[in-house]
Design a protein around this ligand. Structure first.
Ligand code: PMP
Length: 434
């Protein structure tokens, strides 16, 4: 493609040796078309591609870069850790400090175990819930993505939504038979599932705010209702905060919802921000449940690089940098960007719906208020693709799918906002022309 020759050359090489040329499907630009941009560097709110073009980044590595790219404190922490050696496969202080920081911030987390991805976190939390309760069924919601865990890929969001797959090939019927998929935000459906399978459901897993079909916040009382229904049956509530954790607020989405409404999940999962751009995930919760993990208990879970000193140094420096002022900045910036986008689309006559969950937001190309996956899929992905490419041409990097959240960082300053604002009218016109 003429406008990105260096990226195209890299993509051609990649296609020869990597399936689809990418190591995670949404990166391939399949749903928006065109050449995926190969990034070579980033500073603050900006990233630069192989052709030397600079973009204001509204992806932020899908969440981890909450302080912006190459933040000096995070780099310094990583440099120090690197100088001491890369991995020992023994316990180390960094992992203890990161665990302490998580426990300090999120009240329902009394004990936490570190892993290397969000997928590992949800997979392990589900195993633990089954091991703890002695039950096998799990409830998940359509449009919620919990990583590429076999059992949780049914009607999942993110890449599964982007590519309009019902679920994934290679997942056996025996695996999905234990999973009940329900519409998001529908407590009656949850009650009905528990009525149909009393004493059989180990856990309900939900994104604390759904953000993998675009951002769909829980309706008031939804998460509290889940806690009530699960607990009445002796099941566990797992809130997946891989996306929202330490981003939606200081204590994640739970800090905006559970802390206010007085409900608690039994287990929670994290990722992204707690690694600051390096591979870290975590799951934690009630101490009595976590005590079922090996070596204290019978539920096995392990990892060669779990608690890796470099990764935990990046995560800890990132979390420590996320002060109340930073959250206020993220909140204001997310609000401003979302409102600018919605206003530009409205001005051009493009149906749009801005939705937020704390500092996470996305814009649906539909005028329906989106409360579940079916409604999310009413949007015009073609209008989004036209919008996306116009923004890209004008130096703004959006998620290359209509079904993903948009991310701002602490480093998004007035200059970054001006660049976004300047790009919007043409992009809105491009969307209107579809
Ligand atoms: N849960 C949620 C809510 C996520 O958003 C994601 C990734 N976007 C995951 C789990 C999986 O995390 P990872 O990609 O690190 O495996």
């Amino acid at each position: 493609m003429a406008d990105a020759p260096a990226s195209q050359a890299l993509f051609d090489r990649a296609l020869a040796v990597i399936p689809g040329g990418v190591n995670s499907p949404v990166r391939a630009f399949r749903s928006v078309g065109g050449t995926p941009r190969f990034m070579v560097s980033g500073t603050g709110p900006r990233i630069t591609d192989a052709d030397g073009r600079e973009y204001v980044d509204l992806v932020g590595s899908w969440g981890p870069m909450i302080l912006g790219h190459a933040h000096p404190d995070v780099r310094a922490a990583v440099d120090t850790a690197v100088s001491r050696g890369l991995s020992f496969g023994t316990p180390g202080e960094g992992e203890v400090a990161l665990a302490e920081e998580i426990v300090r911030r999120v009240d329902p987390v009394e004990r936490v175990r570190l892993v290397s991805s969000g997928t590992e976190a949800t997979m392990s939390a589900m195993r633990l819930a089954r091991g703890f309760t002695g039950r096998s069924k799990v409830v998940k919601f359509a449009g919620c993505y919990h990583g590429h865990v076999d059992a949780l890929l049914a009607s999942a969001g993110s890449g599964i939504a982007t590519f309009a797959l019902p679920d994934s090939a290679g997942v056996t019927a025996a695996t999905t038979a234990e999973v009940i998929v329900l519409p998001y935000n529908d407590l009656d459906a949850v009650r009905a599932a528990f009525a149909a399978h009393p004493g059989e459901i180990a856990a309900v897993i939900t994104e604390a705010a759904a953000a993998n079909m675009g951002v769909v916040p829980p309706l008031p009382g939804f998460n509290a209702g889940l806690a009530e229904i699960t607990h009445a049956d002796g099941a566990l509530l797992i809130t997946d905060e891989v996306m929202t954790g330490f981003r939606a607020s200081r204590a994640g989405m739970w800090g905006l919802d559970g802390a206010q409404e007085g409900w608690r999940p039994d287990l929670m999962t994290f990722g992204k921000v707690i690694g600051g751009g390096l591979p870290v995930g975590a799951f934690g919760g009630r101490a009595d449940i976590m005590a079922h993990l090996a070596p204290e208990g019978p539920v096995y879970q392990a990892g060669t690089l779990s608690g890796n000193p470099i990764a935990t140094a990046a995560g800890l420096a990132t979390l420590r940098g996320c002060t109340d002022e930073i959250y206020a900045h993220l909140d204001a910036t997310a609000r401003t960007v979302g409102e600018l986008v919605a206003a530009a689309l409205t001005q051009a006559g493009v149906p749009n719906r801005l939705q937020r969950a704390g500092t996470l937001f996305s814009v649906f190309f539909t005028d329906a208020a989106v409360t579940d996956y079916d409604l999310a899929r009413t949007q015009s992905t073609a209008a989004f693709a036209a919008f996306f490419h116009s923004m890209l041409r004008d130096g703004v990097y959006l998620p290359p799918s209509a079904f993903e959240a948009w991310f701002v960082s602490a480093a998004h300053d007035d200059a970054a906002l001006e660049r976004i604002e300047a790009a919007l009218p043409a992009a809105a016109r491009a969307a209107a022309a579809v």
